[in-house]
Design a protein around this ligand. Structure first.
Ligand SMILES: [Zn+2]
Length: 299
């Protein structure tokens, strides 16, 4: 239900003396804006209606969209989108799932892309041991080749981030959390990471924060079976997390299973405010400030 309708309904019901449902975090007359700190707007899923996607986000109060590159071509597209839409910013890098397609040294081109004034971080990068070749009829030897290449391009991206004065967007999935921290360690605390789509227990979040890094939460927060994720958010201090959609993936309830888009940060923020037991305005102030600090060129 749109906010304006809720206000109308609240006034109307006051007049009639009826009780209506309002979210605990709802405060009439105040606006809460949010950012989508992780979306893949260059994916073909969005090609036919990008202006509408960006407009729907603005209408929902989602004022900044950070689109994330997954290889050099996708990173160039992310920059082109940032040039086309004032609300869009870009992150450039190479995703671990596509590691084998990467050239031996991605640093020179990434350095060039990172100079763009609307590039706000490097990534997404990291490790993914969830989709290894051996899980799909491949061999253990093939797993090792992929793991080695993922680690190599992860280190290269940390070097570029370090030299460019940018932070990194981290993807870590499967049994590789320790290895991810180990590779990052020499670059901390100067280079900070956002461990995106965070789904681990609170103890893992504490280890991320201990490295001067932060976490971000997706629409998984709204899933019935995701109590662990809500427990982790509850334990995460304000100022140490951001919100994201990971569009086109992970649409929150009530859109679960459909294509996700940045406007749905609204549903994610409502769930997050419930978990943090705070107002949408408090959540807005904290998460937007965190994003502006983390993505130093975001304004
Ligand atoms: Zn992503």
């Amino acid at each position: 239900m749109p906010r304006r309708a809720l206000v109308g309904l609240a006034r109307h019901s006051l007049f009639l003396g009826l009780a209506v449902y309002l979210p605990a975090s709802y405060r009439p007359g105040m606006s809460a804006v949010f950012y989508d700190t992780h979306a893949h707007l260059d994916y073909p899923d969005f090609a036919a209606e990008l202006p509408e996607i960006v407009q729907r986000a603005a209408t929902a109060g989602i004022e900044r969209l950070v689109t994330i590159g997954t290889d050099l071509e996708s990173s160039r597209k992310a920059i082109a989108l940032a040039e086309r839409f004032p609300a869009v910013y870009a992150v450039v890098g190479w995703h671990p799932n596509d590691a084998l397609a990467a050239p031996d040294d991605i640093r020179p081109e990434l350095h060039e892309l990172a100079k763009h004034p609307k590039v706000v971080a490097i990534g997404e990068t990291g490790l993914d041991y969830y989709r290894l070749p051996s899980a799909n009829c491949g061999s253990i030897a093939e797993d090792e080749v992929l793991k080695k290449k993922q680690a190599e391009i992860f280190k290269q991206q940390l070097q570029v981030a370090d030299e460019a004065g940018l932070n990194v967007v981290i993807h870590t999935r499967g049994d590789c959390f320790e290895q991810t921290l180990e590779i990052m360690q020499p670059f901390t605390p100067k280079v900070r990471g956002v461990f995106h789509c965070f789904v681990n227990e609170p103890a893992y979040m504490q280890r991320v924060l201990a490295m001067n890094s932060i976490v971000s939460f997706t629409g998984i927060l709204t899933f019935k079976n995701a109590q662990t994720v809500r427990d982790t958010l509850a334990a995460t201090p304000m100022g140490s997390f951001m919100l994201e959609t990971d569009s086109p993936f992970l649409a929150p309830v009530p859109y679960r299973g459909k294509r996700c888009e940045p406007a749905y940060v609204k549903e994610i923020s409502e769930a997050a405010a419930q978990v943090k037991n705070c107002s949408l305005e408090e959540l807005s102030a904290a998460t937007c400030k965190t994003a502006k600090t983390f993505f130093c060129r975001l304004n």
